[in-house]
Write a protein that binds this ligand. Sequence first.
Ligand SMILES: [Zn+2]
Length: 183
Amino acid sequence: MTVKPMLILSRGEIADSDSLLRQRSEPVRTGDDISGIIQDLRDTFYDCEIALGLAAIQIGYPKRIFILNLNKSDRSGEKVFINPELIEWDEQMEAVNEVCMSIPNLVGSVYRPTKVTINYSDETGQSQSERVLGFKARVVQHEMDHLDGVLYTDRMERLSDLEEIEFFFKENYPLQATKHTPK
Ligand SMILES: [Zn+2]
């Protein structure tokens, strides 16, 4: 079990283009051994109680992989998405507050489509297609943005609308987090 340090940016560093978090992740190719990355992603994800999704880049692996589980008390709801692609999205958009494990203690409202369809490979290498709705669609889009080096704050109309919250506590968030990690 390896819980990795989370890459984080402070409010003043969000626009910092030098961060690994701003890098576009590489596709996983046939034959790549990603089992170690997925294990570290899973270990770090469950160690960080408040995370509902986590992208590999957030723990330092620039690969197009993310994990999601909206009800972490039940592991059967967990899913690993490899090389996800947005195939279809609804015209209907909704603004909802988002937080990010890589931008601690901040919250901001972001418009996103309420329904999307994604294609991806699962952990066994099988191609999958899934239509996701509502809050799950939002988390999926948030995690997919990480794979392109995009943060939710980039989708806000004004960065000045970011608000500070006391949401990330030692008990539920591993603040062994790494500050600035250059590419
Ligand atoms: Zn995030």
